[in-house]
Design a protein around this ligand. Structure first.
Ligand code: 5GP
Length: 175
């Protein structure tokens, strides 16, 4: 892939501070409960691993793979690529998403998980683009609300690249 120009959108320091705050808030809410944190693959894996390590409590983790995106616009179709390995019935579930754009993926995930009868479901997204929502999508916790820009880094990709950037960036030129 041709090298693209990246500009910092949210700095590593700002992300780390926000993730620590979210982790503390979640710990206060759920400490002592039977918690399963679900990482939505692939984009959430970096946020997820920082978030659970900032939580001062024991919990279990699960991975849920969905693919809903082609290029830089949402296809609106959600395909499950990896299912949970254990039941979540009766558990306090934290659903961890990287970014909510149209809201279609988050709504799909919420319905899919609620049908498995968890005791509670708490939704967390690092980023939300309120102007891009196509369906109403209520979130319990959001790291940063951003304009309708395409961003990469900290787990988010462009054509499979840039996931390992420790900050969120905007790609200047798409080809
Ligand atoms: P939605 O269903 O809300 O439209 O899209 C959610 C998924 O689209 C996210 O989990 C993410 O994978 C992808 N997505 C949405 N906006 C962006 C973006 O700005 N950058 C990247 N890299 N992926 C995005």
């Amino acid at each position: 892939m041709e090298t693209m120009k990246l500009s910092t959108y949210i700095s590593e320091a700002d992300i780390q501070k926000k993730v620590k705050d979210l982790g503390q808030t979640l710990s206060q809410k759920l400490k002592g409960r039977d918690v399963v944190a679900i990482c939505v693959l692939k984009g959430s894996f970096v946020f997820f691993s920082d978030l659970i390590r900032s939580m001062d409590m024991d919990l279990q983790v699960e991975f849920f793979g969905v693919s809903s995106y082609q290029g830089t616009t949402s296809s609106g179709e959600v395909k499950v690529t990896l299912d949970l390995t254990h039941p979540i019935e009766g558990k306090d579930v934290i659903l961890v998403e990287d970014i909510v754009d149209t809201g279609l993926t988050m709504n799909y995930l919420k319905n899919a998980l609620l049908s498995r009868m968890p005791r509670s479901l708490t939704t967390v997204a690092l980023l939300e683009k309120p102007e891009a929502l196509k369906v109403p999508c209520e979130l319990d916790y959001v790291g940063f609300k951003i304009p309708n820009d395409f961003v990469v880094g900290y787990g988010l990709d462009y054509q499979g690249h840039y996931r390992n950037l420790p900050y969120i960036a905007q790609v200047q030129n798409f080809n």
